[in-house]
Design a protein around this ligand. Structure first.
Ligand code: NIG
Ligand code: FE
Length: 444
């Protein structure tokens, strides 16, 4: 059973939380000395004396406005612009100076598997001694070893583990997190993962988007019966998850060690009939034409894409799907094949960047590290990396217009940085430069 909803936020040992509730805007203050977090709630406010990387798609890099002001009312941005041209109707609002700091949209981690039991440090050690990810998987390790540990873990253990990773993301300015199932692989265990994912939203000031990833790996009892697994577990369970209202999107792992394109296609057909958007772990270890399948369904995103061919980029670019870059997995698996960034760029494909936080291929819960790696490992520009965790990440979750951009009508979810230029977000490594997060949500 899940614990009851808590009206107080429980933070990691070294986090302090003060909650002042009156209206609907909360400011999370990340104090560098004691990692204290202060939450205040305001109904309307004028944020002044800052530069704002709006991330609006215009000709100015980062959509940057220096000497800017942001007017916020009832949790929404009403106006952003040069401080000299604040409309008179906002002049009387309560003001808060941001001390010449940089403001960006609160960040979005659009691809994680952050609910799991145990860890796979021993497999990391095996890989560093020469074993490959596929060999470990074939020998019963890999995803299936996390499946065992996750099934054995209590709800509370899974919640506490996930909260630690969520707190890391929050301390780096993240306000929206996608969480996948995929470590249950029975209907009940997969549903449990999504219920826990939804429940986490009541424990922390973050928006959670849930993804059904039952087609992640083949459990032992379905070995050599992959089609049965797709029908009996992935599809049947998806229908239940949809009925229960706990699923926002459908994902799969299209790979030689997991599911074929035609098996994923059958799952996607059902997702489509339920009006659920699709996305896919595609071309991570080999080219399976997974990205093209996503394009056919005009899905939300194809993720990983190291083995996507230049020819397929063209086809993929005809859809609206986002290419999600996961440099943490590339780095951890010591992959050498880089995704075709230049081809994606010139084809005009939107690229997102995410942590892929999981215990196997990417034990990373730092979005800023993922952004740095997107630059250093994949040669994305700092501006592309920041688009990748704001405006493009919002598109990868179907949240465009509401999140990941500072413009009239969007949610007033902001990150305030101890920085003067947005390139600093990808430049510093290992130290969060977040000053505070401004987050909008109703508290229960
Ligand atoms: O995104 N590729 C499949 N899924 C994860 C790995 C999960 C795991 O190894 O536990 C990924 O890399
Ligand atoms: Fe993943």
């Amino acid at each position: 059973m899940l614990p009851p909803r808590r009206s107080e936020y429980l933070f990691r040992k070294n986090f302090k939380c003060h909650l002042f509730q009156s209206n609907s805007i909360m400011c999370i203050h990340n104090n560098h000395v004691n990692k204290g977090i202060t939450i205040r709630i305001q109904n309307e406010k004028l944020y002044t004396e800052c530069s704002v990387a709006t991330m609006q798609a215009n000709e100015v890099a980062y959509g940057l406005i220096n000497n800017a002001t942001i007017a916020v009312r009832n949790g929404r941005i009403e106006w952003v612009g040069d401080e000299k041209s604040i409309p008179t109707s906002y002049q009387g609002m309560q003001r808060e100076s941001l001390g010449q700091r940089l403001v960006t949209p609160a960040l979005i981690d659009c691809h994680t598997h952050l609910i799991f039991g145990g860890n796979r440090a021993h497999e990391f050690e095996m890989r560093m001694n020469g074993a490959s990810y596929e060999e470990i998987s074939d020998a019963g390790g890999g995803i299936n070893s996390t499946v065992e540990a996750t099934r054995l873990a209590s709800d509370e253990e899974l919640i506490q583990g996930a909260l630690g990773r969520i707190d890391n993301l929050i301390s780096e300015g993240v306000a929206v997190i996608e969480i996948k199932s995929g470590y249950g692989l029975t209907i009940d265990h997969e549903l449990r993962m999504l219920r826990i994912a939804r429940h986490l939203e009541s424990l922390r000031p973050v928006k959670i988007m849930t993804t059904w990833l039952a087609a992640h790996s083949v459990p032992k009892d379905f070995k050599h019966r992959l089609d049965d697994y797709i029908d009996q577990i992935a599809i049947t369970g998806l229908r239940q998850a949809e009925k229960e209202g706990i699923v926002d999107a459908v994902d799969g792992f299209c790979e030689t060690i997991a599911f074929s394109p035609s098996q994923i296609d059958r799952l996607f057909k059902v997702a489509q009939s339920l009006n659920l958007p699709v996305k896919l772990h595609a071309e991570q270890l080999s080219n399976q034409n997974g990205a093209l399948l996503v394009a056919q369904y005009n899905g939300l995103s194809a993720d990983h894409l190291e083995y996507l061919s230049a020819k397929d980029v063209k086809e993929f670019s005809k859809s609206e799907a986002v290419a999600v870059m996961l440099p943490g997995a590339f780095y951890t698996l010591k992959e050498t094949q880089v995704p075709p960034i230049a081809a994606l760029r010139s084809a005009g494909v939107d690229m997102a960047v995410a942590t892929d936080c999981n215990p196997g291929s990417s034990p990373i819960s730092s979005i800023l590290t993922a952004m740095n790696m997107a630059c250093t490992q994949f040669s994305m520009t700092p501006e592309e990396a920041l688009k990748g965790t704001t405006i493009c990440a919002a598109r990868a979750l179907g949240l465009q217009g509401n999140y990941g951009v500072i413009e009239a009508g969007a949610q007033a979810e902001l990150a305030v940085w101890n920085a003067t230029h947005p390139a600093e977000l990808t430049y510093w490594v290992g130290s969060s430069i977040l000053h505070k997060r401004i987050f909008n949500r109703e508290l229960s």
